[in-house]
Design a protein around this ligand. Structure first.
Ligand SMILES: NC(=O)c1ccc[n+]([C@@H]2O[C@H](COP(=O)([O-])OP(=O)(O)OC[C@H]3O[C@@H](n4cnc5c(N)ncnc54)[C@H](OP(=O)(O)O)[C@@H]3O)[C@@H](O)[C@H]2O)c1
Length: 331
């Protein structure tokens, strides 16, 4: 089968098309014929992980060492990237109960990766479920990472109808899901992103959009019940004046300073900092799938590449020129 492999960290050029053996499923596994995958932040970071500095790593520096051990210190341990996928089941192990041959599925591999290939095996107990019928393979593959991450983060804050939510980084994988989920929970949503992606964020349903190049949301006099900061670009010091008396600054990316602020504010009945790590599960994934089927969640494809063009897709994503998602169509 064809797969995009990489044996060293670096620029998109390290992603090479190779012919490798087609896997076969173990008793508890399904064999998926991949139809679509994508480029997301995790794929890009893992591709160049060897040179990522503690500053570029948007998490506490202490976590960089275990992450390097997992990914491989000098060269990648996992040679096929691709954390999100959609496809069709081609074969099943004899213990598999949830799926049958021919089922259309989509799912998330997280840091296990492996979807930049024509075929991939995974346990049926993994983050894989039936594909929503109202989405193409290309659209469905864009759902899992952002939606699962944002949903698991929002579980920490219990968004109420009518609350005002600002998503800082609203045009990215997590933020675009955050905008749609906050709307689903009945919030009034403001999305912050760069100039080129304002229309994209508006099309996702944001009530207001702010261009971070032109306006500092902490200085416009608006108040929010929740500020969801994806890249950790804001500070508690600057955001305090924009948070309601019980408002929360929720960080998806954070350093030790924000963790300390979380500890300091955790017992207060007033404004809080919360740093959160996602914990995805199948029940959440099925909930997301129902939202998609109910038309509550959409995806916007900016550009589609073939598996052979994966390096080009990474180059395009990394240039930041995309105004929506970058999809890789397989086969
Ligand atoms: N806590 C967790 O559980 C968890 C899980 C996964 C990932 N993460 C973290 O999430 C981050 C990646 O998120 P993602 O996949 O959504 O990334 P992404 O797709 O690259 O999106 C990044 C977003 O940030 C915006 N942005 C860039 N510069 C900005 C600025 N100065 N001010 C405000 N917004 C700015 C971008 O807007 P434009 O493109 O319009 O410029 C875009 O909307 C990483 O830091 C990763 O470590 C956390």
């Amino acid at each position: 089968m064809k797969a995009i492999t990489y044996t060293e960290y670096g620029s998109p050029d390290v992603l090479q098309l190779r012919e490798i053996a087609k896997p076969s499923p173990k008793d508890n596994e399904i064999l998926i014929r991949i139809r679509a995958t994508r480029v997301n932040y995790g794929d890009m970071l893992a591709r160049k992980f060897g040179s990522v500095t503690t500053k570029e790593f948007n998490m506490p520096g202490l976590l960089l060492l275990p992450a390097r051990m997992e990914f491989g210190i000098r060269k990648p341990k996992k040679n096929i990237l691709g954390s999100e996928f959609s496809g069709e089941i081609e074969a099943i192990g004899k213990e598999v109960k949830r799926f049958k041959v021919g089922d259309a599925v989509f799912g998330y591999r997280g840091s296990t990766f492996g979807a930049y290939a024509e075929y991939m095996c995974m346990p049926e107990s993994g983050l894989v479920t039936h594909k929503p019928a109202n989405m193409s393979f290309e659209e469905a593959t864009l759902i899992p990472y952002g939606a699962l991450t944002a949903y698991s983060h929002f579980k920490k804050v219990n968004i109420q109808p009518g609350q005002k939510v600002l998503v800082n980084g609203a045009s990215g994988g997590i933020g675009s899901a955050g905008v749609q989920l906050a709307k689903y929970f009945g919030a009034e949503v403001t999305g912050v992103c760069g100039t080129a992606k304002l229309n994209f964020v508006q099309a996702l349903g944001a009530d207001k959009v702010i261009d971070y190049n032109k306006e500092d949301f902490t200085k416009n006099g608006e108040m929010y019940d929740l500020i969801y900061d994806i890249l950790g670009k804001s500070s508690f010091e600057n955001c305090q004046g924009s948070l309601t008396s019980t408002g929360v600054l929720l960080y998806a990316s954070f350093k030790v300073k924000q963790l300390m602020q979380m500890m300091q504010t955790s017992k207060s009945t007033g404004k809080k900092v919360i740093c959160v790590l996602s914990s995805e599960n199948l029940a959440d994934f099925n909930f997301i799938k129902e939202l998609v089927e109910g038309g509550k969640f959409k995806t916007v494809i900016d550009k589609q590449f073939s598996l052979e063009e994966t390096a080009e897709a990474h180059r395009y994503y990394e240039s930041g020129k995309n105004t929506g998602n970058v999809v890789i169509s397989v086969g």
